[in-house]
Design a protein around this ligand. Structure first.
Ligand code: ADP
Ligand code: ZN
Ligand code: ZN
Length: 803
């Protein structure tokens, strides 16, 4: 094979195809599908992925591969296939789909440089920039006064050249090791020969007489309290040698995990796991929905299914929402499977992630526990894929390659002929509907472990509180129950939904709200730095002391953050020991873990937090859960608002009374009669499903209809309107009568980063031509979609963010 078919790292409509490159002889043995290479592309050099090999190219002239980055392919043949499938499913560039499957550090970084081609003094204006150096960054030229035209002349005259550097950002961590090259006898002789003044050298030789093993240099130097300079003569004489050794960054190396044994399953659990074990035995693909209330022992079923897979010599992928990937969760998997487990989550540094990924690639582990992107783990013999909390919207990637991990799981499950298990107490409506129809197999757990019952829920109408003169964010009922818990030595969890509680700044005199000058959205107040920040772009400014509209000094922040709640709580119950867990208190590495450990060790009475505490926490002593504003999510412009509210309330309530002590939940709300709040407080998923399905059918939403969301953006508002209008008309004409084409509508966030945003929504049942039509639209706008022309069209086939 002498030709490689390559996808290049140039994400654009007209480069979204295979390019042919010649394989130089020296690379013949290493160039194979899945390998990353560096190739010339136009005047540049770029990263590329080898997709396949061929004998001939139909082109007369092909350029040659410049360099090869991998010895073992970065992507397995199966993942190459998944990449192709993904690009068809999501209409994303092939290159983006390949890159989304790999750790960040394996993407290329590009550097443009100017290289001096001669030792002679350069023309004056050039020499001014180079200042004697051999290489400068291209940026330095751009910042100078030299024109592009001049530069071209200098390049033609052979003074300098433009050079493109492509680098993979991956780094392996190494440590220097020192090893004796002599037997102890010889070392003794060396010692005799050393002069008495060479004290440190003598100590080092003595060290190796006592220990004959390689030792990390650092350790050696500190053991002999010497420095590198004392090593030098010994290295030169060949007494010792030093070399670099690769070390794996193991984020969990400082932890010992207590090994756990499988529990004997309950009858319900056994009934649920049996069909999964059968599919494993028959090595067939199937999708299961494991619908079990919180605390019903789903995780134990995952663990025992994985055990079976390991016994078969296969591998397992376990997905957990980012936010639930708590130390507690990791412990359960590490505790059962020890060093067979790799963990991938966003708390790891890029280097740590890369090392965990390589453990998978080198078959050093058989289980990966991770957030969304772990679905692309480069295992080659997958026995099972499990998605816990399958309803979580974080399984959907929201930029570029808009994939849903659930879809990828099913696709990989088919290829490997292995089961996919979707677990949840509150399945996504789409999933439950499929299981109800028999497309997925339904497994049900109705009881909590330890005979625990679901906690009793009290709904508190906050309007009543207000009418009775309580203006605080805490109802009297909740305060009473919190105090009770403190007296009894039990613990409470307080949940604040941050999205509804973002703090914005408003003038009390004129009502002016401080907004971002680039985006149509209120700025958020950050207490610690006394600054206002935009959460959509990077804009920030100091907190004003005066209203910019009316100059009144009564400009204040509104809404409540966890910090504010903590303050109020401390005022109301001074004796309470409160731990706060939110983005602010968990920024530092390990902080998350420390807070949870402290709470577990009963160093606090109340754990106050955001979404972060909604999932996966399991503390025996927690008997009260308070939800401060249940309706915060209900009012979002999103057809899933009721579903999300139901899910969140159920999740949070599930934190209480998981063990011997009974639990109680207090839900504070302004809409206590809403069906999602009512039914969540009764833990009645089926009833909620039925109610919600009626509405979805009436308003033509999923799971009855599919949605396609186009979001069009451009700095010029007229341009956006015009393009959106064209798309709407085109889709309306080409799709069948059955499809609804809605728009053009300004998006709920009409402007982000000075770009205006409009949308078009298609609701449909079956439109086999749809993707082809959209391809045509994208081709039609090919030129305008180039970065410099400012138009962006994003297409989302499974929209979760409708704003
Ligand atoms: P879920 O994942 O459904 O929320 P868990 O798997 O966390 O439920 O189970 C709740 C608790 O019950 C955990 O502390 C778990 O260790 C325990 N548990 C699970 N299965 C069994 C079993 N068969 N026997 C005893 N304890 C169990
Ligand atoms: Zn004002
Ligand atoms: Zn902004």
């Amino acid at each position: 094979m002498s030709i490689a078919k390559v996808i290049v790292d140039v994400p654009s409509q007209n480069t979204n195809r295979l390019f042919d490159y010649g394989i130089p002889e020296k690379f013949e043995s290493v160039v194979q599908p899945g390998v990353r290479i560096i190739v010339p592309f136009g005047p540049r050099k770029v990263l590329g992925y080898v997709i396949s090999l061929a004998e001939y190219s139909e082109f007369a002239k092909v350029r040659q591969i410049e360099d090869v980055l991998d010895i073992a392919p970065a992507l397995t043949p199966e993942l190459l296939k998944i990449g192709k499938w993904l690009s068809q499913q999501t209409l994303s560039f092939y290159i983006s789909c390949l890159q989304v499957m790999l750790p960040q550090v394996m993407k290329a970084s590009y550097r443009k440089e100017l290289w001096r081609l001669t030792e002679e003094e350069l023309p004056e204006e050039l020499e001014n920039i180079f200042a004697g150096r051999g290489v400068i960054e291209y940026k330095e030229f751009e910042e100078s006064n030299v024109s592009y035209h001049q530069l071209r002349q200098y390049v033609e005259d052979g003074w300098v050249d433009i050079h493109y550097e492509v680098k993979s950002r991956e780094t392996t961590k190494t440590t220097t090791v020192v090893e004796p090259l002599m037997e102890p006898m010889q070392l003794e002789e060396t010692l005799v020969d050393l002069s008495k003044q060479a004290k440190k050298q003598r100590e080092i030789v003595q060290y190796f007489i006592d220990h004959q093993e390689p030792v990390p240099k650092k350790q050696l130097l500190s053991a002999t309290s010497s420095s590198s300079s004392s090593l030098k003569p010994l290295l030169n004489q060949g007494v010792i040698k030093e070399y670099k050794q690769e070390v794996m960054r193991d984020p969990f190396s400082h932890r010992e995990f207590e090994r756990t044994q499988p529990f004997p399953l309950t009858d319900e659990q056994r009934e649920a796991i049996t069909p999964i074990l059968h599919t494993l035995e028959s090595e067939t693909h199937d999708v299961f929905l494991l619908h079990g209330v919180t605390g019903s022992g789903k995780t134990e079923i995952y663990l025992q299914s994985i055990q079976k897979v390991l016994d078969q010599g296969k591998e397992a992928i376990m997905l957990v929402p980012e936010i639930a990937l708590t130390p507690q969760m990791v412990e359960r998997f590490k505790g059962r499977f020890g060093s067979k487990v790799a963990v991938l989550h966003s708390g790891l540094s890029a280097g740590e992630k890369y090392d965990e990924w390589r453990k998978i690639q080198r078959n050093e582990v058989q289980v990966v526990v991770g957030a969304r992107s772990a679905i692309f783990a480069p295992f080659t013999n997958i026995g099972i894929i499990i998605i816990d909390e399958e309803h979580e919207s974080s399984y959907k990637q929201e930029d570029r390659t808009r994939y849903h991990a659930r879809d990828v799981a099913v696709e990989r499950g088919k290829i490997h002929a292995s089961p996919v298990v979707l677990g949840s107490a509150t399945p996504a409506l789409e999933t439950y509907a499929r299981a109800a129809k028999g497309n997925y197999k339904m497994l049900t757990l109705t009881k909590r472990m330890n005979n625990a019952t679901m906690p009793d829920t009290e709904l508190v109408d906050m309007r009543d509180e207000l009418h009775q003169g309580n203006r605080s964010m805490f109802s009297r009922a909740l305060l009473d129950k919190l105090r009770e818990r403190i007296e009894r030595g039990e613990q409470s969890v307080l949940f604040l939904n941050r999205r509804g509680y973002a703090t914005f700044v408003m003038c009390r005199d004129c009502g002016h709200v401080k907004e971002c000058p680039h985006c149509d959205i209120a700025l958020t107040y950050h207490r610690r730095q006394e600054r206002l920040k935009c959460h959509y772009c990077s804009y920030e400014e100091p907190m004003p002391h005066q209203c910019p509209e009316c100059e009144s000094k009564t400009i204040r922040y509104f809404g409540t953050g966890t910090q504010k709640v903590e303050e109020v709580l401390q005022e109301l119950i001074p004796e309470a020991r409160v731990l706060r867990m939110d983005v602010d208190t968990t920024r530092r590495k390990g902080a998350h873990e420390r807070i949870l450990n402290d709470f577990g060790d009963k160093k606090a009475d109340i754990l106050l937090g955001t979404q972060m505490i909604a999932k996966g926490l399991d503390f025996a002593n927690v008997t009260l859960v308070g939800i401060l504003a249940a309706d915060a999510l209900l009012n979002l412009p999103d057809f899933r608002a009721a579903e999300k509210t139901f899910q969140l309330l159920t999740q949070v309530s599930g934190r209480a009374g998981r063990h011997k002590l009974a639990g109680e939940v207090v839900v504070q709300t302004y809409s206590p009669d809403h069906y999602s709040i009512q039914l969540a407080s009764q833990y009645d998923y089926e009833q909620f499903f039925n109610e919600e399905m009626k509405l979805r059918k009436a308003f033509r939403y999923p799971p009855y209809y599919y949605l396609t969301l186009f979001t069009i953006s451009h700095p010029n508002q007229l341009k956006v309107q015009e393009v959106t209008q064209k798309i709407v008309v085109y889709m309306r004409n080409k799709l069948s009568e059955e499809a609804d084409v809605l728009g053009p509508t300004p998006s709920a966030l009409t402007r982000i980063n000075n770009r205006y945003r409009y949308q078009c929504m298609v609701k449909y049942k079956d439109e086999p031509e749809q993707r082809k039509l959209i391809q045509r639209i994208l081709h039609y706008y090919e030129d305008e979609l180039k970065e410099e022309n400012g138009l962006q069209i994003s297409v989302d086939f499974q929209p979760y963010q409708l704003m």
